[in-house]
Design a protein around this ligand. Structure first.
Ligand code: TEU
Ligand code: CA
Length: 559
Protein backbone atom coordinates (compact mmCIF):
# COMPACT_ATOMS: atom_id res chain seq x y z
CA UNK A 1 0.00 0.00 0.00
CA UNK A 2 2.01 3.00 -1.17
CA UNK A 3 0.64 5.75 1.08
CA UNK A 4 0.46 9.10 -0.70
CA UNK A 5 -0.69 12.50 0.55
CA UNK A 6 -3.05 13.13 -2.36
CA UNK A 7 -4.73 9.77 -1.75
CA UNK A 8 -5.35 10.68 1.90
CA UNK A 9 -6.39 14.28 1.27
CA UNK A 10 -9.85 15.85 1.19
CA UNK A 11 -10.11 18.62 -1.41
CA UNK A 12 -12.33 21.71 -1.14
CA UNK A 13 -13.24 23.46 -4.39
CA UNK A 14 -13.53 27.25 -4.26
CA UNK A 15 -15.25 29.20 -7.04
CA UNK A 16 -13.51 32.49 -6.15
CA UNK A 17 -16.15 34.74 -7.75
CA UNK A 18 -18.75 33.48 -5.27
CA UNK A 19 -16.77 32.64 -2.14
CA UNK A 20 -16.05 35.86 -0.21
CA UNK A 21 -15.90 39.48 -1.36
CA UNK A 22 -13.46 41.61 0.66
CA UNK A 23 -13.72 45.00 -1.08
CA UNK A 24 -17.44 45.53 -1.59
CA UNK A 25 -17.57 45.20 -5.38
CA UNK A 26 -19.92 42.21 -5.14
CA UNK A 27 -17.33 39.82 -6.59
CA UNK A 28 -15.42 37.30 -4.51
CA UNK A 29 -11.64 37.77 -4.39
CA UNK A 30 -8.35 36.32 -3.12
CA UNK A 31 -8.23 38.42 0.04
CA UNK A 32 -11.75 37.19 0.80
CA UNK A 33 -10.54 33.60 0.52
CA UNK A 34 -7.60 34.40 2.83
CA UNK A 35 -10.08 35.74 5.40
CA UNK A 36 -11.86 32.36 5.37
CA UNK A 37 -8.84 30.03 5.70
CA UNK A 38 -9.58 29.38 9.38
CA UNK A 39 -13.09 28.19 8.42
CA UNK A 40 -11.50 25.69 6.03
CA UNK A 41 -8.97 24.66 8.67
CA UNK A 42 -11.86 24.06 11.11
CA UNK A 43 -13.62 21.90 8.52
CA UNK A 44 -10.40 19.88 8.29
CA UNK A 45 -9.77 19.91 4.55
CA UNK A 46 -6.22 19.44 3.25
CA UNK A 47 -6.25 20.94 -0.25
CA UNK A 48 -8.00 23.85 -1.95
CA UNK A 49 -8.75 23.65 -5.68
CA UNK A 50 -9.14 27.23 -6.88
CA UNK A 51 -11.25 27.68 -10.02
CA UNK A 52 -9.36 29.99 -12.43
CA UNK A 53 -7.84 33.15 -10.97
CA UNK A 54 -5.84 34.42 -13.97
CA UNK A 55 -6.63 37.47 -16.07
CA UNK A 56 -9.83 36.95 -18.04
CA UNK A 57 -12.62 38.94 -19.73
CA UNK A 58 -14.94 36.51 -17.90
CA UNK A 59 -16.95 35.39 -20.89
CA UNK A 60 -16.94 32.02 -19.11
CA UNK A 61 -16.10 33.30 -15.60
CA UNK A 62 -12.36 32.82 -15.81
CA UNK A 63 -12.27 29.70 -18.00
CA UNK A 64 -11.21 32.07 -20.79
CA UNK A 65 -7.71 33.22 -19.85
CA UNK A 66 -6.00 36.24 -21.40
CA UNK A 67 -2.81 36.15 -19.27
CA UNK A 68 -1.67 32.91 -17.61
CA UNK A 69 0.83 34.67 -15.36
CA UNK A 70 -1.20 37.48 -13.90
CA UNK A 71 -4.22 37.60 -11.58
CA UNK A 72 -7.71 38.59 -12.76
CA UNK A 73 -8.20 42.26 -11.77
CA UNK A 74 -11.51 41.53 -9.99
CA UNK A 75 -9.77 38.92 -7.79
CA UNK A 76 -6.80 41.08 -6.75
CA UNK A 77 -3.06 41.07 -7.44
CA UNK A 78 -0.23 38.53 -7.68
CA UNK A 79 0.88 39.84 -4.28
CA UNK A 80 -2.57 38.91 -2.91
CA UNK A 81 -2.10 35.42 -4.38
CA UNK A 82 1.35 35.04 -2.85
CA UNK A 83 -0.13 36.10 0.51
CA UNK A 84 -2.99 33.59 0.17
CA UNK A 85 -0.60 30.77 -0.75
CA UNK A 86 1.67 31.56 2.18
CA UNK A 87 -1.17 31.68 4.71
CA UNK A 88 -2.70 28.48 3.35
CA UNK A 89 0.65 26.70 3.66
CA UNK A 90 1.04 28.05 7.23
CA UNK A 91 -2.20 26.19 8.01
CA UNK A 92 -1.03 23.00 6.32
CA UNK A 93 -3.43 23.56 3.42
CA UNK A 94 -2.16 23.00 -0.14
CA UNK A 95 -3.45 24.87 -3.20
CA UNK A 96 -4.20 23.48 -6.69
CA UNK A 97 -4.69 25.87 -9.58
CA UNK A 98 -7.17 25.31 -12.41
CA UNK A 99 -5.10 24.79 -15.58
CA UNK A 100 -7.16 25.90 -18.60
CA UNK A 101 -5.02 25.10 -21.63
CA UNK A 102 -7.38 23.47 -24.12
CA UNK A 103 -8.20 27.05 -25.12
CA UNK A 104 -7.40 30.66 -24.26
CA UNK A 105 -9.50 33.80 -24.31
CA UNK A 106 -9.77 35.48 -27.72
CA UNK A 107 -8.24 38.46 -25.91
CA UNK A 108 -5.02 36.56 -25.15
CA UNK A 109 -2.04 38.21 -26.98
CA UNK A 110 -1.34 34.90 -28.73
CA UNK A 111 -4.78 34.99 -30.37
CA UNK A 112 -4.67 38.71 -31.11
CA UNK A 113 -1.47 37.99 -33.05
CA UNK A 114 -2.75 34.74 -34.59
CA UNK A 115 -5.80 36.41 -36.14
CA UNK A 116 -3.79 39.30 -37.67
CA UNK A 117 -2.62 37.37 -40.73
CA UNK A 118 -2.27 33.88 -42.17
CA UNK A 119 1.52 34.30 -42.09
CA UNK A 120 1.70 35.55 -38.50
CA UNK A 121 4.17 33.44 -36.38
CA UNK A 122 1.33 32.82 -33.89
CA UNK A 123 -1.12 31.64 -36.59
CA UNK A 124 -0.57 27.98 -35.77
CA UNK A 125 -1.09 28.46 -32.05
CA UNK A 126 -4.78 27.94 -32.89
CA UNK A 127 -6.86 25.76 -35.22
CA UNK A 128 -7.75 27.70 -38.40
CA UNK A 129 -9.45 26.15 -41.42
CA UNK A 130 -10.91 27.34 -44.75
CA UNK A 131 -14.68 27.04 -45.07
CA UNK A 132 -16.27 24.40 -47.32
CA UNK A 133 -16.78 25.08 -51.05
CA UNK A 134 -20.11 26.79 -50.30
CA UNK A 135 -18.39 28.97 -47.68
CA UNK A 136 -19.98 27.12 -44.75
CA UNK A 137 -18.09 25.96 -41.66
CA UNK A 138 -15.19 23.51 -42.11
CA UNK A 139 -17.29 20.77 -40.46
CA UNK A 140 -20.62 20.35 -38.64
CA UNK A 141 -19.32 20.34 -35.06
CA UNK A 142 -21.43 22.01 -32.37
CA UNK A 143 -20.00 24.01 -29.48
CA UNK A 144 -20.63 22.92 -25.85
CA UNK A 145 -22.14 26.36 -25.46
CA UNK A 146 -24.58 26.03 -28.38
CA UNK A 147 -24.17 27.06 -31.99
CA UNK A 148 -21.37 26.04 -34.30
CA UNK A 149 -17.88 25.22 -32.98
CA UNK A 150 -16.46 27.49 -35.74
CA UNK A 151 -16.28 31.29 -35.90
CA UNK A 152 -15.53 33.08 -39.19
CA UNK A 153 -12.78 35.69 -39.09
CA UNK A 154 -13.34 38.20 -41.88
CA UNK A 155 -9.81 39.64 -41.58
CA UNK A 156 -8.10 36.48 -42.83
CA UNK A 157 -11.22 34.83 -44.33
CA UNK A 158 -10.85 31.61 -42.35
CA UNK A 159 -12.67 29.92 -39.46
CA UNK A 160 -11.19 29.17 -36.04
CA UNK A 161 -12.28 26.28 -33.81
CA UNK A 162 -13.87 26.86 -30.38
CA UNK A 163 -15.35 23.83 -28.62
CA UNK A 164 -16.73 26.26 -26.04
CA UNK A 165 -17.66 29.92 -26.52
CA UNK A 166 -16.45 31.85 -29.56
CA UNK A 167 -14.34 33.84 -27.10
CA UNK A 168 -12.51 30.59 -26.18
CA UNK A 169 -10.46 29.59 -29.27
CA UNK A 170 -8.91 26.12 -29.00
CA UNK A 171 -5.12 25.94 -28.80
CA UNK A 172 -3.30 23.81 -31.37
CA UNK A 173 -1.38 21.31 -29.23
CA UNK A 174 0.16 19.79 -32.37
CA UNK A 175 2.36 22.91 -32.40
CA UNK A 176 5.46 22.24 -30.23
CA UNK A 177 5.69 25.98 -29.53
CA UNK A 178 2.28 25.84 -27.85
CA UNK A 179 3.45 22.96 -25.66
CA UNK A 180 6.63 24.88 -24.81
CA UNK A 181 4.60 27.94 -23.78
CA UNK A 182 2.21 25.89 -21.64
CA UNK A 183 4.92 23.85 -19.93
CA UNK A 184 7.04 26.94 -19.22
CA UNK A 185 4.00 28.65 -17.66
CA UNK A 186 3.21 25.58 -15.52
CA UNK A 187 6.81 25.40 -14.34
CA UNK A 188 6.68 29.11 -13.41
CA UNK A 189 3.65 28.46 -11.15
CA UNK A 190 5.30 25.38 -9.62
CA UNK A 191 8.38 27.40 -8.77
CA UNK A 192 6.06 29.84 -6.97
CA UNK A 193 5.13 26.94 -4.70
CA UNK A 194 1.67 25.78 -5.80
CA UNK A 195 0.83 22.17 -5.03
CA UNK A 196 -0.75 20.95 -8.25
CA UNK A 197 -3.34 21.40 -10.96
CA UNK A 198 -6.90 20.54 -11.81
CA UNK A 199 -6.71 20.33 -15.61
CA UNK A 200 -9.70 21.75 -17.48
CA UNK A 201 -11.05 19.51 -20.30
CA UNK A 202 -7.58 18.03 -20.64
CA UNK A 203 -9.07 15.09 -22.56
CA UNK A 204 -9.86 17.46 -25.45
CA UNK A 205 -6.40 18.87 -26.24
CA UNK A 206 -5.66 16.45 -29.09
CA UNK A 207 -7.91 16.61 -32.16
CA UNK A 208 -8.15 14.22 -35.14
CA UNK A 209 -6.29 16.35 -37.72
CA UNK A 210 -8.87 15.47 -40.39
CA UNK A 211 -11.56 17.23 -38.28
CA UNK A 212 -14.30 15.08 -39.88
CA UNK A 213 -18.03 15.81 -39.57
CA UNK A 214 -19.68 14.31 -36.48
CA UNK A 215 -22.95 12.41 -36.11
CA UNK A 216 -25.95 14.73 -35.81
CA UNK A 217 -28.19 13.43 -33.00
CA UNK A 218 -30.64 16.22 -32.15
CA UNK A 219 -30.88 17.80 -35.58
CA UNK A 220 -28.67 20.67 -34.56
CA UNK A 221 -24.93 20.05 -34.89
CA UNK A 222 -22.45 17.21 -35.28
CA UNK A 223 -20.93 15.54 -32.22
CA UNK A 224 -17.21 16.34 -31.98
CA UNK A 225 -16.40 13.95 -29.13
CA UNK A 226 -15.20 10.99 -31.26
CA UNK A 227 -12.68 13.34 -32.89
CA UNK A 228 -11.69 15.65 -30.06
CA UNK A 229 -11.97 13.71 -26.81
CA UNK A 230 -9.18 11.24 -26.00
CA UNK A 231 -7.68 12.25 -29.36
CA UNK A 232 -4.73 10.55 -31.08
CA UNK A 233 -1.94 12.28 -29.15
CA UNK A 234 -3.53 13.21 -25.80
CA UNK A 235 -1.41 10.70 -23.87
CA UNK A 236 1.78 11.73 -25.69
CA UNK A 237 1.14 15.32 -24.64
CA UNK A 238 0.44 14.37 -21.01
CA UNK A 239 3.51 12.16 -20.81
CA UNK A 240 5.54 15.05 -22.18
CA UNK A 241 3.93 17.39 -19.61
CA UNK A 242 4.77 14.92 -16.84
CA UNK A 243 8.34 14.48 -18.02
CA UNK A 244 9.01 18.21 -18.50
CA UNK A 245 7.12 19.63 -15.50
CA UNK A 246 5.00 17.46 -13.20
CA UNK A 247 7.69 14.89 -12.36
CA UNK A 248 9.95 17.63 -11.01
CA UNK A 249 7.65 18.59 -8.12
CA UNK A 250 5.59 16.94 -5.35
CA UNK A 251 2.26 17.73 -6.99
CA UNK A 252 -1.33 16.55 -7.02
CA UNK A 253 -2.85 16.46 -10.52
CA UNK A 254 -6.46 15.73 -11.45
CA UNK A 255 -7.67 15.77 -15.03
CA UNK A 256 -11.15 16.90 -15.96
CA UNK A 257 -11.74 14.24 -18.58
CA UNK A 258 -15.26 14.67 -19.91
CA UNK A 259 -16.36 11.45 -21.59
CA UNK A 260 -13.67 9.30 -20.00
CA UNK A 261 -14.17 5.52 -19.84
CA UNK A 262 -12.59 3.12 -17.35
CA UNK A 263 -10.03 2.02 -19.94
CA UNK A 264 -9.07 5.60 -20.79
CA UNK A 265 -8.92 6.50 -17.06
CA UNK A 266 -6.36 3.73 -16.57
CA UNK A 267 -4.22 5.49 -19.16
CA UNK A 268 -4.66 9.04 -17.81
CA UNK A 269 -4.31 8.07 -14.13
CA UNK A 270 -2.78 4.61 -14.10
CA UNK A 271 -0.03 3.92 -11.60
CA UNK A 272 3.12 3.90 -13.72
CA UNK A 273 1.57 5.65 -16.74
CA UNK A 274 3.41 8.83 -15.72
CA UNK A 275 0.57 11.15 -16.68
CA UNK A 276 -1.84 12.29 -13.89
CA UNK A 277 -2.70 11.18 -10.34
CA UNK A 278 -6.44 10.91 -10.96
CA UNK A 279 -9.28 12.05 -13.22
CA UNK A 280 -12.86 13.22 -12.86
CA UNK A 281 -15.27 10.98 -14.78
CA UNK A 282 -18.77 12.27 -15.52
CA UNK A 283 -20.84 9.12 -15.87
CA UNK A 284 -22.85 9.74 -12.66
CA UNK A 285 -23.50 13.42 -13.45
CA UNK A 286 -23.99 13.26 -17.20
CA UNK A 287 -27.74 12.66 -17.02
CA UNK A 288 -29.09 13.79 -20.35
CA UNK A 289 -32.24 14.38 -22.35
CA UNK A 290 -33.05 14.93 -26.02
CA UNK A 291 -30.85 18.02 -26.10
CA UNK A 292 -27.66 17.05 -24.31
CA UNK A 293 -27.51 17.73 -20.57
CA UNK A 294 -30.92 19.42 -20.40
CA UNK A 295 -33.26 17.31 -18.33
CA UNK A 296 -35.07 17.63 -14.98
CA UNK A 297 -35.03 13.91 -14.23
CA UNK A 298 -33.11 12.45 -11.28
CA UNK A 299 -30.93 9.40 -11.90
CA UNK A 300 -32.50 6.14 -10.66
CA UNK A 301 -30.52 4.75 -7.70
CA UNK A 302 -29.65 1.37 -9.22
CA UNK A 303 -28.13 3.18 -12.22
CA UNK A 304 -26.28 5.63 -9.97
CA UNK A 305 -24.83 2.96 -7.66
CA UNK A 306 -24.00 0.76 -10.63
CA UNK A 307 -21.90 3.54 -12.16
CA UNK A 308 -20.13 4.47 -8.93
CA UNK A 309 -19.49 0.82 -8.03
CA UNK A 310 -18.08 0.12 -11.48
CA UNK A 311 -15.54 2.93 -11.01
CA UNK A 312 -14.73 1.71 -7.48
CA UNK A 313 -14.06 -1.89 -8.48
CA UNK A 314 -12.56 -1.49 -11.96
CA UNK A 315 -9.92 1.08 -10.98
CA UNK A 316 -8.87 -1.08 -8.01
CA UNK A 317 -5.09 -1.73 -8.11
CA UNK A 318 -4.73 0.24 -11.36
CA UNK A 319 -5.70 3.88 -10.88
CA UNK A 320 -7.05 6.27 -8.23
CA UNK A 321 -10.63 7.58 -8.08
CA UNK A 322 -11.78 11.13 -7.49
CA UNK A 323 -15.10 11.33 -5.62
CA UNK A 324 -17.62 14.15 -6.04
CA UNK A 325 -21.34 14.95 -6.16
CA UNK A 326 -21.08 18.48 -7.51
CA UNK A 327 -18.84 21.31 -8.63
CA UNK A 328 -19.20 24.74 -10.31
CA UNK A 329 -20.68 23.10 -13.43
CA UNK A 330 -23.23 20.90 -11.68
CA UNK A 331 -26.43 21.54 -9.72
CA UNK A 332 -26.26 21.39 -5.93
CA UNK A 333 -25.84 17.83 -4.63
CA UNK A 334 -28.66 17.90 -2.08
CA UNK A 335 -31.11 19.16 -4.74
CA UNK A 336 -30.01 16.70 -7.38
CA UNK A 337 -29.14 13.50 -5.55
CA UNK A 338 -30.75 14.21 -2.15
CA UNK A 339 -33.97 15.92 -1.09
CA UNK A 340 -33.95 19.69 -0.50
CA UNK A 341 -37.45 19.79 1.04
CA UNK A 342 -36.86 21.37 4.47
CA UNK A 343 -37.78 18.25 6.45
CA UNK A 344 -35.22 16.12 4.59
CA UNK A 345 -32.53 18.55 3.46
CA UNK A 346 -30.02 18.05 6.30
CA UNK A 347 -30.70 14.32 6.67
CA UNK A 348 -30.24 13.65 2.97
CA UNK A 349 -27.17 15.92 2.76
CA UNK A 350 -25.54 13.89 5.56
CA UNK A 351 -26.57 10.66 3.83
CA UNK A 352 -24.94 11.77 0.57
CA UNK A 353 -21.81 12.82 2.44
CA UNK A 354 -21.60 9.43 4.18
CA UNK A 355 -22.01 7.60 0.88
CA UNK A 356 -19.29 9.58 -0.91
CA UNK A 357 -16.74 9.95 1.90
CA UNK A 358 -16.82 6.25 2.80
CA UNK A 359 -15.87 5.27 -0.76
CA UNK A 360 -12.35 4.67 -2.05
CA UNK A 361 -10.73 7.71 -3.65
CA UNK A 362 -10.01 11.39 -3.00
CA UNK A 363 -13.22 13.22 -1.95
CA UNK A 364 -13.96 16.71 -3.31
CA UNK A 365 -16.26 19.08 -1.44
CA UNK A 366 -17.70 21.93 -3.50
CA UNK A 367 -18.10 25.21 -1.60
CA UNK A 368 -21.39 25.24 0.30
CA UNK A 369 -21.97 21.49 -0.06
CA UNK A 370 -20.79 21.18 3.57
CA UNK A 371 -23.70 23.46 4.54
CA UNK A 372 -26.29 21.65 2.36
CA UNK A 373 -26.72 24.73 0.18
CA UNK A 374 -29.44 24.11 -2.40
CA UNK A 375 -30.32 24.97 -6.00
CA UNK A 376 -31.65 28.48 -6.58
CA UNK A 377 -35.41 29.07 -7.22
CA UNK A 378 -34.95 30.67 -10.65
CA UNK A 379 -38.10 32.25 -12.13
CA UNK A 380 -36.85 34.41 -14.99
CA UNK A 381 -34.10 34.15 -17.62
CA UNK A 382 -32.81 37.56 -16.51
CA UNK A 383 -31.55 35.93 -13.32
CA UNK A 384 -29.01 33.76 -15.16
CA UNK A 385 -25.39 34.79 -15.80
CA UNK A 386 -23.95 31.50 -17.09
CA UNK A 387 -23.10 31.58 -20.81
CA UNK A 388 -23.97 27.88 -21.16
CA UNK A 389 -27.49 28.41 -19.78
CA UNK A 390 -28.16 31.63 -21.68
CA UNK A 391 -26.95 30.24 -25.02
CA UNK A 392 -28.88 26.99 -24.53
CA UNK A 393 -32.10 28.91 -23.86
CA UNK A 394 -31.58 31.06 -26.97
CA UNK A 395 -30.91 28.04 -29.17
CA UNK A 396 -33.47 25.58 -27.80
CA UNK A 397 -36.36 27.96 -27.04
CA UNK A 398 -35.43 30.54 -29.66
CA UNK A 399 -35.41 27.93 -32.43
CA UNK A 400 -38.61 26.33 -31.13
CA UNK A 401 -37.14 23.00 -30.03
CA UNK A 402 -38.26 23.37 -26.36
CA UNK A 403 -40.99 25.49 -24.70
CA UNK A 404 -40.05 28.29 -22.32
CA UNK A 405 -41.68 26.46 -19.39
CA UNK A 406 -39.85 23.21 -20.15
CA UNK A 407 -36.51 24.98 -20.51
CA UNK A 408 -37.04 26.80 -17.20
CA UNK A 409 -37.63 23.40 -15.55
CA UNK A 410 -34.39 22.12 -17.09
CA UNK A 411 -32.46 25.23 -16.00
CA UNK A 412 -33.85 25.17 -12.47
CA UNK A 413 -32.65 21.58 -12.17
CA UNK A 414 -29.29 21.70 -14.01
CA UNK A 415 -28.08 25.23 -14.74
CA UNK A 416 -24.51 25.80 -13.59
CA UNK A 417 -25.69 29.02 -11.89
CA UNK A 418 -27.31 26.84 -9.20
CA UNK A 419 -23.82 26.15 -7.87
CA UNK A 420 -22.50 29.69 -8.39
CA UNK A 421 -24.74 31.69 -6.06
CA UNK A 422 -22.70 33.34 -3.30
CA UNK A 423 -21.46 31.32 -0.34
CA UNK A 424 -23.88 31.69 2.59
CA UNK A 425 -21.76 32.76 5.61
CA UNK A 426 -24.40 34.16 7.97
CA UNK A 427 -27.95 35.57 8.13
CA UNK A 428 -26.90 39.19 7.59
CA UNK A 429 -27.40 41.22 4.39
CA UNK A 430 -26.23 39.24 1.34
CA UNK A 431 -25.40 36.29 3.63
CA UNK A 432 -22.15 37.95 4.68
CA UNK A 433 -20.73 37.37 1.19
CA UNK A 434 -20.48 41.05 0.32
CA UNK A 435 -21.43 44.46 1.65
CA UNK A 436 -22.04 45.48 -1.97
CA UNK A 437 -24.40 44.11 -4.62
CA UNK A 438 -23.49 40.48 -5.42
CA UNK A 439 -22.70 39.65 -9.06
CA UNK A 440 -25.28 36.81 -8.81
CA UNK A 441 -28.19 36.85 -6.36
CA UNK A 442 -27.83 35.16 -2.99
CA UNK A 443 -30.18 32.20 -2.48
CA UNK A 444 -33.21 33.51 -0.48
CA UNK A 445 -32.83 30.56 1.94
CA UNK A 446 -29.58 31.99 3.33
CA UNK A 447 -31.17 32.88 6.69
CA UNK A 448 -31.81 29.16 7.34
CA UNK A 449 -28.74 27.80 5.57
CA UNK A 450 -25.45 29.49 6.52
CA UNK A 451 -22.08 28.72 8.09
CA UNK A 452 -22.55 30.84 11.23
CA UNK A 453 -25.60 28.75 12.14
CA UNK A 454 -23.74 25.47 11.72
CA UNK A 455 -20.10 25.68 12.78
CA UNK A 456 -20.85 25.43 16.52
CA UNK A 457 -23.82 23.05 16.19
CA UNK A 458 -22.64 19.44 16.69
CA UNK A 459 -25.73 18.19 14.81
CA UNK A 460 -25.17 20.43 11.74
CA UNK A 461 -24.25 19.29 8.25
CA UNK A 462 -20.97 21.19 8.64
CA UNK A 463 -20.13 19.23 11.83
CA UNK A 464 -21.07 15.99 10.06
CA UNK A 465 -18.59 16.75 7.25
CA UNK A 466 -15.97 17.55 9.91
CA UNK A 467 -16.51 14.11 11.45
CA UNK A 468 -16.26 12.35 8.08
CA UNK A 469 -13.02 14.16 7.24
CA UNK A 470 -11.58 13.30 10.68
CA UNK A 471 -12.58 9.63 10.26
CA UNK A 472 -10.70 9.45 6.97
CA UNK A 473 -7.57 10.71 8.67
CA UNK A 474 -7.89 8.17 11.47
CA UNK A 475 -8.67 4.96 9.60
CA UNK A 476 -6.65 3.56 6.68
CA UNK A 477 -9.55 1.20 5.88
CA UNK A 478 -11.50 4.23 4.60
CA UNK A 479 -8.66 5.42 2.38
CA UNK A 480 -7.10 2.15 1.26
CA UNK A 481 -9.74 -0.57 1.91
CA UNK A 482 -11.22 -2.45 -1.04
CA UNK A 483 -14.86 -1.85 -2.05
CA UNK A 484 -17.67 -4.34 -2.49
CA UNK A 485 -21.25 -3.39 -3.36
CA UNK A 486 -23.98 -5.36 -1.54
CA UNK A 487 -27.78 -5.37 -2.09
CA UNK A 488 -27.15 -4.47 -5.76
CA UNK A 489 -30.80 -4.87 -6.77
CA UNK A 490 -32.18 -2.75 -3.94
CA UNK A 491 -33.69 0.41 -5.46
CA UNK A 492 -33.77 2.34 -2.16
CA UNK A 493 -30.51 1.46 -0.40
CA UNK A 494 -26.94 2.03 -1.53
CA UNK A 495 -24.86 -0.36 0.62
CA UNK A 496 -21.23 -1.38 0.37
CA UNK A 497 -18.41 -2.83 2.40
CA UNK A 498 -14.83 -1.62 2.70
CA UNK A 499 -12.19 -4.14 3.74
CA UNK A 500 -8.56 -3.74 4.75
CA UNK A 501 -7.01 -6.92 6.17
CA UNK A 502 -9.02 -7.65 9.33
CA UNK A 503 -10.93 -4.35 9.37
CA UNK A 504 -14.30 -3.81 7.71
CA UNK A 505 -16.75 -0.95 7.33
CA UNK A 506 -20.37 -1.56 6.33
CA UNK A 507 -21.99 1.53 4.81
CA UNK A 508 -25.77 1.74 4.51
CA UNK A 509 -27.52 4.69 2.80
CA UNK A 510 -31.26 4.99 2.24
CA UNK A 511 -31.65 7.31 -0.77
CA UNK A 512 -35.44 7.68 -0.29
CA UNK A 513 -37.96 9.36 1.99
CA UNK A 514 -39.45 5.90 2.73
CA UNK A 515 -38.79 3.60 5.66
CA UNK A 516 -37.35 0.49 4.00
CA UNK A 517 -36.44 -3.07 4.94
CA UNK A 518 -32.69 -3.54 5.12
CA UNK A 519 -31.73 -7.16 4.32
CA UNK A 520 -28.25 -7.03 5.73
CA UNK A 521 -26.35 -10.28 5.04
CA UNK A 522 -26.10 -12.36 8.24
CA UNK A 523 -22.30 -12.17 8.21
CA UNK A 524 -22.53 -8.46 8.85
CA UNK A 525 -25.13 -8.52 11.59
CA UNK A 526 -22.41 -8.61 14.13
CA UNK A 527 -22.97 -7.25 17.63
CA UNK A 528 -19.39 -6.11 17.93
CA UNK A 529 -19.66 -3.23 15.53
CA UNK A 530 -18.62 0.30 16.39
CA UNK A 531 -20.70 3.00 14.70
CA UNK A 532 -18.27 5.28 12.86
CA UNK A 533 -21.00 7.74 11.98
CA UNK A 534 -24.77 7.95 11.56
CA UNK A 535 -27.20 10.73 10.66
CA UNK A 536 -29.91 9.73 13.17
CA UNK A 537 -29.45 9.91 16.95
CA UNK A 538 -29.47 6.12 17.35
CA UNK A 539 -29.27 2.95 15.29
CA UNK A 540 -32.38 1.20 16.64
CA UNK A 541 -33.53 0.90 13.06
CA UNK A 542 -31.00 -1.84 12.39
CA UNK A 543 -32.31 -3.92 15.31
CA UNK A 544 -35.64 -3.87 13.47
CA UNK A 545 -33.98 -4.58 10.12
CA UNK A 546 -35.10 -1.27 8.62
CA UNK A 547 -33.64 2.05 7.50
CA UNK A 548 -35.52 5.27 8.17
CA UNK A 549 -35.92 8.01 5.51
CA UNK A 550 -32.47 9.06 4.21
CA UNK A 551 -30.83 7.12 7.07
CA UNK A 552 -27.09 6.57 6.72
CA UNK A 553 -24.70 4.58 8.90
CA UNK A 554 -21.12 3.41 8.71
CA UNK A 555 -20.44 0.40 10.98
CA UNK A 556 -16.90 -0.67 11.75
CA UNK A 557 -15.44 -3.83 13.17
CA UNK A 558 -12.16 -5.59 13.37
CA UNK A 559 -11.85 -9.40 13.30
O1 TEU B 1 -16.08 22.11 -18.23
C1 TEU B 1 -15.91 21.19 -19.28
C2 TEU B 1 -17.14 20.52 -19.60
O2 TEU B 1 -17.20 19.36 -19.92
C3 TEU B 1 -18.36 21.34 -19.59
O3 TEU B 1 -19.01 21.12 -20.81
C4 TEU B 1 -19.18 20.90 -18.42
O4 TEU B 1 -19.19 19.48 -18.33
C5 TEU B 1 -20.56 21.38 -18.68
O5 TEU B 1 -20.48 22.77 -18.61
C6 TEU B 1 -21.53 20.82 -17.66
O6 TEU B 1 -22.79 21.37 -18.00
C7 TEU B 1 -14.89 22.86 -18.01
C8 TEU B 1 -15.13 23.82 -16.87
O7 TEU B 1 -15.37 23.07 -15.68
C9 TEU B 1 -16.29 24.69 -17.23
O8 TEU B 1 -16.64 25.55 -16.16
C10 TEU B 1 -15.90 25.51 -18.45
O9 TEU B 1 -17.03 26.26 -18.87
C11 TEU B 1 -15.45 24.60 -19.61
O10 TEU B 1 -14.56 23.58 -19.19
C12 TEU B 1 -14.68 25.43 -20.63
O11 TEU B 1 -13.46 25.84 -20.05
CA1 CA C 1 -14.29 41.78 -4.45
Amino acid sequence: MNKTWWKEAVVYQIYPRSFQDSNGDGIGDLNGIRQRLDYLKLLGIDVIWLSPICKSPNDDNGYDISDYQDIMSEFGTMEDFDHLLQEAHERGIRILLDLVVNHTSDEHPWFLESRRSRENPYRDYYIWREGKEDGSCPNNWGSCFSGSAWEYDSETKMYYLHLFSKKQPDLNWENPRVRDEVFDMMDWWCRKGIDGFRMDVISMISKDPALPDGEVSNGLYGDFTPYSVHGPKVHDYLKEMNRRVLSKYDLMTVGETAGVTIEEAKRYAGEGEEELNMVFHFEHVDSSGEFGKWTDQKTELRILKGILSKWQTELENSAWNSLYWDNHDQPRAVSRFGDDREEYRELSAKMLATCLHMMKGTPYIYQGEELSMTNYPFEDMIQFKDIESINAYKELVGDGHVTHERMMDYLRFKSRDNARTPMQWDDKEQAGFTNGTPWLSVNPNYREINAARQIDDPESVFSYYKKLIALRKKHDVIVYGTYQLILPEDSHIFAFIRTLEKEQVLVLCNFTDQEVKADIPEAFNKETTECFIQNYKDRESLDKGILRPYEALALYWKE
